[in-house]
Design a protein. Structure first.
Length: 120
């Protein structure tokens, strides 16, 4: 079972705005953790960002489950408007690890994100 994920970011304020925008449409809220860490979750923070150490993005994707297609589209659009970069527009997916409808983007530090609904 996954307990939480923490990513190091270069600009906590910018990344905070980005993740507020992306995660709000899927029902997550911000939890203030401390002066150098922010977290999001529905009940408790399970996804965190920090600017305590320099980021070292590598290959990989973090996938967030959405309650429906409209939420996938809203999260992707909000991410683009908040400093993210599109990797793939919302649409049907056919990969085994993804849901049946997903969108892909990169956050301001280059981390890969998938917002998905379906077989997840």
């Amino acid at each position: 079972m996954l307990h939480h994920v923490l990513l190091e970011v270069t600009d906590l304020a910018l990344s905070g705005v980005f993740y507020d925008a992306v995660l709000k449409p899927i029902g997550w809220r911000r939890h203030e953790i401390g002066r150098d860490t922010l977290g999001w979750g529905m009940v408790k923070p399970v996804f965190l960002i920090s600017d305590e150490h320099p980021p070292k993005p590598g290959f990989g994707v973090i996938t967030f489950s959405a309650p429906g297609i409209a939420a996938v589209k809203a999260a992707w659009e909000a991410g683009l408007q908040s400093g993210g970069e599109s990797v793939a527009e919302p649409g049907q997916t056919g990969t085994a690890a993804s849901g049946s409808y997903s969108a892909y983007l990169r956050d301001p530090d280059g981390y890969g994100l998938e917002i998905t609904v379906g077989n997840c």
